[in-house]
Design a binder for this molecule. Structure first.
Ligand code: GLU
Length: 439
């Protein structure tokens, strides 16, 4: 593959026309992809093989509710790529799920698996539902109906789902059980993120956060700063956000802002993260009323946390949080994207101009899928690793991926996001070419 000498990145110059400003995650994902394609100068058929999803599944899911009614939900599964291995990626339960969002997330999974060099393609699933409004029984019936409807298209060698926003180990257990009942076999490798008791992996619960911290440690080495001297703000207090805050606090960093849908909670002296986690545990996983319990100031706007004057900002919620509208007010020096797609291309343009170092999602949050890979390997071997073994393998994968992306950013003179896409696209096009997918 020939490198196109022309660099699209010139610090201080706007990269993207404001004409295209959009909050459609799929359009934004394609804009990110096209930037890297332009740098690499790919041929049209090379682009076609890795740009579009291979399969899009739309499901109608009738579920019996506790009051006897049948409610009909919509579900999606997008298999973006199987060029480097089975499709891989989580399933989210959220009222705002759209097909375009799932397509974007599936595409990012393909890129993510290629960046960390694990033998998977990319996929994603979603159900349009607010799971907080369902009883446990309703949630179980919906989960089982979703997985049963997908049974022919998923499997350890086809497509391997996992947790994502608002799904957890219990839901993965229901997924696995439904699949095993259908095929009358014990096939735990059909899904990852399972409870330990039925073939989950040690360390999978904190893997995304652990990967974020390994990336930040590498960034600290490259940019010469010390994590223990850093102030940190974390947007989103779910699995990734709360664990990242905890691991960084354990390393001596000061967590001065956290947030969730209920608002932003701020303390210049530092928040006791374990105390906040305990509080959320007792309040339906939310920080509701935390300002009455701890010495923190509450701001109603959950996005206020993004604009704090901190060294490190960790968006760990949903897509499109930092946009062309608020990017100029971001004060952090480093952004570590624990969420998928938190910065739009319009935001990137502004953030790059400001010299903010972004560790992009497809690198930064890849710890989750990397330990999912370890779980899949352990399920297939039938032999399980200790937490120390998982953590040391994860460190190796994350460090290698960070270095590959950092080196590409230097070689091509592009920001880290474009560099991450370059690393991924080169691996994908090499695999597609070897498999004979190009004329
Ligand atoms: N949902 C996670 C992600 O976006 C994990 C996916 C997986 O483990 O397959 O990376």
């Amino acid at each position: 593959m020939k490198r196109n000498k022309k660099s699209i990145y010139e610090p201080g110059k706007p990269q993207i026309s404001r004409r295209h400003m959009t909050l459609n995650a799929y359009e934004n994902a394609m804009r990110q992809f096209d930037q890297a394609v332009e740098v690499l100068g790919l041929k049209p058929n090379q682009v076609a093989m890795i740009r579009d999803p291979r399969k899009v599944i739309i499901l109608t899911l009738p579920v019996r509710m506790d009051d006897g009614r049948i409610e009909v939900f919509t579900g999606y599964r997008v298999q973006h790529s199987i060029v480097r291995g089975p499709a891989k990626g989580g399933v989210r339960f959220h009222p705002d799920v759209t097909l375009d969002e799932v397509k974007a997330l599936a595409f990012w999974m393909t890129m993510k698996c290629a960046v960390v060099d694990i033998p998977f393609g990319g996929g994603k699933g979603g159900v349009v539902v607010d799971p907080y409004k369902l009883s446990l029984g309703e949630l179980e019936r919906l989960s089982r109906r979703y997985f049963a409807s997908l049974a022919d298209d998923i499997g350890p060698d086809q497509d391997v789902p996992a947790p994502d926003v608002n799904t957890n180990a219990q839901i993965m257990a229901w997924f696995m059980d439904t699949y095993c009942m259908h095929f009358k076999r014990h096939l735990p490798a059909v899904v990852t993120g399972k409870p330990l008791e039925i073939g989950g992996s040690a360390g999978r619960d904190i893997a995304t956060a652990q990967g974020v911290v390994f990336c930040l440690e590498e960034a600290a080495k490259c940019l010469s700063f010390e994590l223990k001297a850093c102030s940190v703000a974390v947007q989103g207090f779910g699995n990734a956000g709360s664990n990242a805050a905890k691991l960084l606090a354990d390393k001596g960093a000061r967590i001065i802002g956290i947030s969730d849908v209920t608002g932003s909670y701020i303390s210049e002296n530092g928040i006791d993260v374990m105390d906040a986690i305990e509080w959320a545990r007792g309040h339906n996983k939310l920080l509701t009323g935390y300002e009455k319990h701890a010495k923190v100031k509450k701001i109603e706007d959950p996005k206020a946390v993004l604009e704090l004057d901190v060294d490190i900002l960790i968006p760990a919620a949903l897509e499109n949080q930092i946009t062309g509208e608020n990017a100029d007010r971001i004060k952090a020096k480093v952004i570590a994207e624990a969420a998928n797609g938190p910065c739009t291309p319009d935001a990137d343009e502004v953030l790059n101009k400001k010299g903010i170092f972004i560790i992009p999602d497809i690198l930064c949050n890849a710890g989750g899928v990397t330990v999912s890979y370890f779980e899949w390997v352990q399920n297939r071997m039938g032999f399980y690793w200790t937490l120390d073994e998982v953590t040391s393998h994860l460190k190796r994968f994350m460090t290698n991926a960070f270095q590959a992306v950092y080196n590409a950013s230097k070689e091509y003179k592009v920001p880290m996001r474009v560099a991450a896409f370059i690393v991924a696209i080169k691996r994908l096009t090499a695999a597609a070419e070897l498999r004979g997918l190009y004329a």
